[in-house]
Design a protein around this ligand. Structure first.
Ligand code: PLP
Length: 471
């Protein structure tokens, strides 16, 4: 299997190449050249497999010759053996039609662990002795940072520098990053917003002096391997609910469009999906883009769902590439227009292929404001006895409003553990969710981080001082 860039001019790479590179050299994102497809019989034969074995089956076509089935299976066992639930991503029934897919049983309590635990192992697998060491630089609004740090802490030939906006991540999120004492982990708290942190990271990748001296790499969801690992739990849930004979709908709390794009990939691979419901908070660029073709970024409004407070959804580019007939040159021009003006319209072809609003459409979308979110959170508590996190509540609101045929099960992706956002959960329900025992001493652990101004030069100097240069 080889991978092509959405912008059409970066060299094609194999799976190991795209895993280590993250972003394509032409500014685009990598996608498999074609979608592998399973027959209904092949899907039926996956029923009842333990999660790690299912993961190997679903991912092998993407990995190609880069790992033998046996080796990929071993890495999956290692990655998913660290989860606190034997099913890894268990389903929980809420009522006759609605289900939660609990994706938060990993070490840092959000779905990011499902992909990043595997990615940490893949990095180590593909970095050969004598290769240049990897310098991972990332920005986080909370969940990606803690999951990435947990995944690479203590690994050889990898340093990680994680920027977070000082004072704007929850106490639990900050401590999950800053209490990791491995010497290859560097937390940087900057003054400014998440967007400022993200801009510094982009500046570093564009800084030819830094990129020449260090082998920079990314762990956000522009990395294909992350999306690939997320495809697996769509299969796991649908198989339990009757796939391939029965269709299932999914509601997905969405920020960077990574998680829901993994659902789109599952559908391309032959999994019968009735609907992918894209759920946004008031930062609703994706809802507007899908519904009206209007992809225009406003300013970010802070909400109780910080992982969805996003105005530019990187992975949406991957969907537009596919919908527009995979024309890299045309998409490159469209995206450059967006980057210059922060606004663009979907083309007629892209909108026609979306078919939004038609009975056959794969995607629908909904936007939840603060009241909708709190109401869904309270509904879950009062009617089912479940405490859910605010991101999950945005998804559940959209799931319940989507008007899906009552014969079709609707699965809401539970993207974070409620304890990670316990102030917001308590405001809505009066209940304060306890921290799970596995991170129960988080507030007694020592913290370590470096505070820097919002000045790019200071951040680059800090990275240069602590990273290992290319050989
Ligand atoms: C990252 C995150 C999201 C958004 O996922 P995307 O893949 O960026 O769309 C939603 N909820 C939680 C809790 C997250 O951590």
């Amino acid at each position: 299997m080889d991978y092509v860039s959405t912008r059409g001019s970066a060299p094609a790479l194999d799976f190991a190449g795209v895993t280590l590179a993250g972003l394509a050299r032409d500014g685009g994102l990598y996608l498999p050249r074609t979608w592998p497809r399973f027959t209904a019989d092949e899907i039926a034969a996956m029923r009842g497999l333990p999660y790690a074995q299912l993961a190997q089956r679903v991912m092998q076509p993407f990995v190609g010759d880069c790992l033998t089935p046996q080796r990929l299976g071993q890495l999956c066992e290692a990655a998913y053996g660290r989860f606190a639930h034997a099913a890894v991503t268990p389903l929980k029934q809420l009522d006759q039609q609605h289900w939660l897919l609990e994706l938060f049983h990993g070490p840092t309590l959000a779905f990011k662990d499902v992909a990043l635990q595997l990615l940490g192992l893949l990095f180590e697998e593909f970095l050969k002795p004598g290769d240049d060491p990897l310098t991972i630089v990332g920005a986080t609004s909370g969940d990606t940072g803690s999951a990435a740090i947990d995944a690479v802490a203590g690994r050889a030939r990898i340093d990680i520098f994680m920027l977070h906006p000082r004072g704007r991540v929850s106490d639990v999120q900050r401590r999950q990053m800053t209490t990791v004492m491995a010497p290859n982990v560097h937390n940087i708290a900057i003054s400014g917003s998440f967007d400022d942190a993200q801009a510094h990271v982009k500046a570093m990748f564009a800084d030819t002096a830094m990129a020449g001296r260090y082998r920079l790499s990314a762990v956000n969801s522009i990395n294909w391997a992350r999306l690939m690992a997320q495809v697996v739990y769509y299969f796991a849930a649908a198989l339990q609910l009757g796939a391939p004979e029965r269709k299932v709908a999914f509601a997905v709390p969405t920020g960077n469009f990574g998680d829901v794009f993994a659902g789109y990939v599952a559908a391309q691979m032959g999994l019968p999906i009735e609907r992918l419901i894209v759920a946004t908070n008031v930062n609703d660029i994706l809802h507007r883009a899908l519904q009206d073709g209007d992809y225009s970024a406003g300013t970010v409004t802070e909400t109780a769902t910080p992982s969805m407070d996003i105005q530019v959804s990187s992975n949406f580019e991957r969907l537009l590439f596919d919908l527009g007939g995979r024309d890299g040159a045309a998409l490159s021009a469209q995206m450059q227009g967006f980057e210059a003006t922060k606004a663009m319209r979907l083309t007629n072809a892209q909108r026609a292929n979306l078919g939004y609003g038609s009975a056959a459409a794969l995607f629908s979308s909904a936007r939840a404001d603060a009241g909708d979110m709190a109401q869904a959170l309270r509904w879950a508590w009062e009617h089912t006895g479940e405490l859910i996190d605010p991101h999950t509540a945005v998804g559940l609101h959209a799931a319940r409003a989507a008007g899906i045929d009552p014969a079709v099960p609707v699965v809401t992706l539970a993207t974070a553990h409620p304890a990670k956002f316990r102030d917001a959960v308590e405001r809505a329900t009066g209940q304060r969710p306890p921290l799970p025992a596995r991170i129960g001493d988080l507030f007694e652990r020592e913290e370590r981080m470096t505070e820097l101004s919002g000045d790019y030069a200071a951040i680059a100097a800090y990275v240069a001082q602590h990273a290992t240069p290319r050989a």
